[in-house]
Design a protein around this ligand. Structure first.
Ligand code: AP5
Ligand code: MG
Length: 218
């Protein structure tokens, strides 16, 4: 499976990507997660990206494209991948096409998770992420068994720095301006599959699997 997950902040890209990675034995390349690791490890790239992330802006395309190109070239990733959070504008989408061509690969489909703004705000306001393993929870929709503690690894749960209200609004603005045009871009290429992203995690997962089952060759 060679898939891009598209959708606004909080639409469930990361949640569904983790499931699809296991299910389809694909490389999950979550742009935001990769960047946050670089920031926490204080690498040169992380130092450059940190200020953009904190403000809810996109980091420069060349940084992001280099990261994804390197990861796609690792192992068999170009043959089976789930891209979450990349591409995020038309320039990145064009860059992705070129890098895949170089690796003798191509995109099969783009799953576009449609979620209205009020749902996004509710999801992001309550999201809690494990500092150690990156597992995601939600205070209301998917609470951990013990408040503040990760069910999987017992790591500490925290609120992402960019999940403060003003940064969420900035991210939504960037999404509408820069990322949303990708829906038309991929629709034109016949790759876009729209999915209702509202409902429980399991409901959205079932819709995604149904769509993938209809489309992907067995
Ligand atoms: P990134 O980490 O990609 O953030 P985002 O796109 O804003 O998306 P989120 O991770 O906030 O949401 P999600 O769709 O993954 O939802 P999730 O599954 O967590 O990017 C962060 C920053 O990095 C950017 O702002 C930018 O600065 C930079 N960046 C990243 N990519 C870049 C690129 N390509 N170019 C340049 N810069 C880039 O779900 C949210 C919450 O809802 C969770 O708590 C979850 O438990 C819950 N939830 C999920 N699904 C459901 C459901 N169906 N029902 C109820 N709750 C649900
Ligand atoms: Mg995410």
């Amino acid at each position: 499976m060679r898939l891009v997950l598209l959708g606004p902040p909080g639409s469930g890209k990361g949640t569904q990507a983790r499931f699809l990675e296991d299910r389809f034995k694909a490389c999950r390349l979550s742009a935001g997660d990769i960047l946050r690791t670089e920031v926490s490890e204080k690498t040169p790239l992380g130092r450059e990206a940190g200020a953009f992330i904190a403000k809810g802006q996109l980091v420069p395309d060349r940084l992001m494209e280099n990261i994804i190109e390197t990861r796609l070239a690792e192992g068999a990733c170009a043959r089976a991948f789930v891209l979450d959070g990349f591409p995020r504008n038309v320039a990145q989408a064009n860059a992705l096409e070129i890098m895949l061509r170089k690796l003798a690969s191509s995109l099969q489909l783009v799953l576009y998770l449609r979620v209205p703004r009020e749902v996004v705000l509710e999801r992001l306001g309550g999201r809690r992420t494990c500092r150690d393993c990156g597992a995601m929870f939600h205070e209301k929709f998917d609470p951990p068994r013990r408040p503040g503690v990760c069910d999987r690894c017992r790591g500490e749960l925290h609120q992402r720095e960019d999940d403060r209200e003003e940064t969420i609004l900035a991210r939504l603005g960037v999404y509408e301006e820069e990322t949303l045009p990708l829906a038309a871009y991929y629709r034109q290429r016949g790759l876009l599959h729209e999915l209702d992203g509202v409902g429980t995690v399991e409901e959205v997962r079932a819709r995604a699997l149904k769509e993938l089952g209809r489309f992907l060759p067995r």
